[in-house]
Design a protein around this ligand. Sequence first.
Ligand code: ASP
Ligand code: MG
Length: 418
Amino acid sequence: MLVFKFGGASVKDAAGIINLSKVVEKYKHEKLLIVVSAMGKTTNALERLTKAYVNQSDGIQLIYNEIKEYHYAILSELFDHSHPVFDDVENTFVEIDWMIEDEPHDDYDFIYDQIVSIGELVSTRIINAYLNQVGLTSKWLDVRGYIHTDNTYREGIVEWQKTCTHIEQELPALLEKNIIVTQGFLGGTSENFTTTLGREGSDYTAAIFASCLKAESVTTWKDVPGILNADPKLFTDTVKFDRLSYTEAIEMTYYGAAVIHPKTIKPLQNAHIPLLVKPFNDPDAAGTIISETGLHQYEKPVIIVKQNQVLVSVSAKDYSFITEDHLSAVFTLFAKYHVKINVMQVSALSISVCFDYREGKFEKLLQALSQDFNHKYNSELTLITLRHYKADELRNLTGDRKVLLEQTSRNTAQVVLK
Ligand code: ASP
Ligand code: MG
């Protein structure tokens, strides 16, 4: 069996959905499970809606109407107005109506997941209905009943054993008869609340299903020819990799390459399942294959750019040397607030840590740090990571920008820039 994943960009409009159906058509004789993200920039819009609701600001209705209108316009292009999918979509949106009528609950992350998850619930309704309309018999599956997570909202931790047992028990029989269309990015708790697996988490969903079902491969269909050495929006002369090893892909995602969600590769590697990254507008192209065997030589360095970074320098209140006890106390707080460290450096008097800025979390972390430490920080920074680099390539890249932190090893160089 095969697992396909279509991201938001591939299903951003009616043409994208029609294209998806053409790709699926080519594989209709295979057992196929399709994981889909929210359409286009819906997740971002739902994030704005969540914020507006929590702050009880006037913009709520406007944002909400835009989201609905966007989906209804696509529906109208694909279906006759009497099609039952209109009601299915309406009923899915009703969950938001109920939510925003009430006063916001004080757990932001919980609210976020209940609202933001609607994007995937709606996109899969539409896509499933369209596949059936064009004669590709598929079944809509509510992923929240299969991907079981704990209740860490916005970053649900998957309970693998329970998840796999459930998937193995029920899905093979369904796949005999139908294509399955399900939501990426979502999970469910034991109390039936919705969780999300972290932004761009649909790849991870695909990997979970593939690993539990021992799929032949996972294909993620994207708007790029495969995995490139750098983001083509930021760099010219990018090159596509024909193949990459699991390890290189893990390293790339660890440093922030946005092409694949960081948690995706490991389960596939453990189960020896290749991951194909292919262009959705040229389904016969080879794309990039990620498997055991990678490249020996890199023609160009892998360049990974992460924006919106914060660099915090922490020092002891009595200006004493940094000791292991200080390190331990600082890292305990990072762990407690689930802040992932992107790069760090320790000097005699301070610990400098660079991480992604995340509103809310950042303020809480700073407050906790300030109980026992002095700190200062810079925000809106850029972190650039180069893999398989040559020294001049690093200099060319930083140019005139101010370097706040630099770290190099044989294979990898990292710089934090203003
Ligand atoms: N729709 C979610 C997001 O945009 C999940 C995904 O696209 O993988 O983050
Ligand atoms: Mg997305």
